[in-house]
Design a protein around this ligand. Structure first.
Ligand code: VG1
Ligand code: CO
Length: 543
């Protein structure tokens, strides 16, 4: 097997966003594009020689080809060993677990998460550090720097490695260890949760539907929910991963998982339903007749986590991304534990989790997780919910109602305007920036502005500062509007408008969110001029 050194030149646009580098699949398939980025990962982290990495992905189109390239490049750069999920499959949380459990030097995850897959859709690549979490801004900065000066990459000339069979083979001088993608992850879940109690729930006739959305969680959910916990066959829907996710968006929200929402709102609703995304790190929680917003889910989990064996000692603290509602803050206050507000993206939770300052973290985008790995974790959230329901013997709806009665309710909705021309989106954000200084004291339908700023985060653990993390406008009485641009899209700009209102009047806890938030929604339009800037009458997605 010959080691080739290929001349190349920097390719523009290889800057990682909120969660790695995401582009159209065809862009990743262009000559040198993937190779340049992989070599830049090695260069950015001080080389691959002698190191062990985990590699896997969500099975989307090009996953198999990309893994073979990464293996040949790792071997050429002197890596000692690569641990790969069978068939190239690893969910993001399972990859995070393996990186930690096997004390590796990090891992590469191939996924564009909730973005659709296929030759004309999206692909992505992300580097995780030895703690199992997404690389910090520091590290992604070094990788990006490396992409701007790259002049050559190294790759082995070799046949494809057979990833179908579990076991270890050699690629040049490098070991390739193919592992069962589910086994270690399932074992970890069994340590954290009371599987007997959850199994008893199913044995008693409790019904569940888990929609894997043709994505990576299918094999995990089938193995854990059906095979180990005894949920009847057929409880897992769309459980076979497909390279284009059955032609849909593997995004667990009321838009893309509408059939599941319709099911729980209909006559034959199961007791509990959930869905996960392309790479298995997101979750949507539903009960009979009820959709639980991700922000509420985080708050409910924080208030009840001690009911699961893995968290019986209580929580050290909680953290939420800034756009996530403040519901969990009130739980933290009641529990007398710290709560942190971080920028969007799981990488910002890593230091808090490593330092033992936060045990539970969450994002409004359907991400919840804990210190068991360093990624958000869709099935973990489902199992924690099930464990809590098994102990409290409560329905999802009753648990939620009791939660609101105790803590009040944060009404919440997010409006996305997708594929907006970059100039128009930037003009909207610049317009807001220009008004920040004069907004406080002004009155709108949502109330009088008490504060308006562009969020910056000072990491309490390493002191690093991250600026430009979204525009916040706070109103008297607790209403809040946040504007930010997505860092995961691949076409134009996606404007995200996050709308929140707080209600503690017991008579007003059961409204439709869009209705309760009508004044906040109108104020967002008044302040930002969304229609004029985007030329759109309505958001593309409301979650
Ligand atoms: C989105 C979400 C963010 C999440 C990120 C990655 O980012 O808003 O909360 O961490 O996706 O999730 P953005 O920049 O588009 O708003 V995933 O499941 O794609 O790994
Ligand atoms: Co994801």
């Amino acid at each position: 097997m010959e080691k080739l050194t290929i001349k190349t030149a920097p390719i523009e646009g290889q800057k990682p966003g909120t969660s790695g580098l995401r582009k159209k699949t065809r862009v990743f398939m262009e000559p040198h594009f993937l190779e340049n980025f992989v070599q830049s990962i090695w260069n950015g982290i001080g080389g691959a020689a002698g190191k062990t990495f985990v590699v896997g992905g969500d099975g989307r189109y090009f996953n198999d080809r990309a893994i073979q390239v990464i293996l040949r490049m790792a071997a050429a750069s002197g890596a000692a060993r690569v641990i790969v999920g069978q068939g190239g499959i690893l969910s993001t949380p399972a990859a995070s677990n393996l990186i930690r459990k096997r004390a590796t030097d990090g891992g590469i995850i191939l996924s564009a998460s909730h973005n659709p897959g296929g030759i004309d859709e999206d692909f992505g690549i992300k580097f995780n550090t030895p703690n199992g979490g997404p690389a910090s801004e520091d590290v992604t900065g070094q990788i990006f720097e490396a992409t701007t000066v790259i002049s050559q990459y190294e790759i082995l000339e070799a046949q494809d490695v057979d990833l179908g069979a579990i076991g270890t083979t050699m690629l040049g001088a490098m070991e390739v260890e193919v592992v069962d993608p589910v086994a270690d992850y399932a074992a970890l879940m069994e340590e954290l949760f009371d599987f007997d109690a959850i199994a008893a729930l199913f044995a008693g006739g409790f019904t569940l539907r888990f929609d894997a959305m043709h994505a990576v969680t299918g094999p995990y959910a089938t193995a854990i929910l059906e095979d180990r916990l005894g949920a009847p066959k057929g409880s897992v829907l769309n459980g076979v991963p497909s390279p284009d996710f059955g032609g849909g968006h593997p995004d667990p929200n009321p838009i893309w998982a509408k059939p599941l929402v319709d099911l729980v709102m209909g006559e034959n609703a199961p007791d509990f339903a959930a869905a996960s995304d392309g790479d298995g790190d997101r979750n949507m929680i539903l009960g009979r007749g009820v959709y639980v917003t991700p922000s509420d889910s985080l708050a409910v989990l924080a208030a009840n986590a001690h009911l699961a064996p893995g968290y019986k000692a209580g929580l050290a603290g909680v953290a939420r991304s800034m756009p996530t509602s403040g519901a969990v803050d009130r739980v933290a206050e009641a529990l007398s534990i710290e709560s942190f507000e971080t920028p969007t993206g799981w990488k910002f939770f890593g230091n808090l989790l490593d330092a033992g300052r936060a045990t539970l973290c969450g994002e409004e985008s359907a991400g919840t997780g804990s210190d068991h790995v360093r990624e958000k974790d869709g099935l973990w959230a489902v199992l924690l919910w099930l464990n809590i329901l098994a102990v409290t013997k409560s329905s999802v709806k009753d648990l939620l109602d009791a939660h609101w009665a105790r803590f009040g309710r944060n009404y919440y909705t997010r409006h996305d305007y997708e594929a907006v021309e970059n100039d128009r989106a930037n003009a909207l954000m610049d317009g807001l920036r220009g008004r920040l200084a004069t907004l406080p004291g002004q009155s709108f339908a949502a109330g009088t502005v008490t504060m308006a700023d562009e969020f910056a985060y000072d990491d309490p653990v390493d002191g690093s500062r991250s600026e430009g993390q979204g525009i916040r406008i706070l109103f008297e009485g607790g209403n809040r509007i946040v504007f930010r641009l997505s860092g995961t899209g691949t076409v134009g700009a996606t404007i995200r408008v996050y709308l929140e209102g707080v209600e503690s009047d017991p008579a007003k806890l059961n409204q439709v969110a869009e209705d309760a938030l009508a004044p906040v929604i109108a104020t967002a339009e008044e302040i930002a001029g969304i229609k004029a800037h985007t030329g759109r009458d309505a958001p593309d997605v409301k979650t």
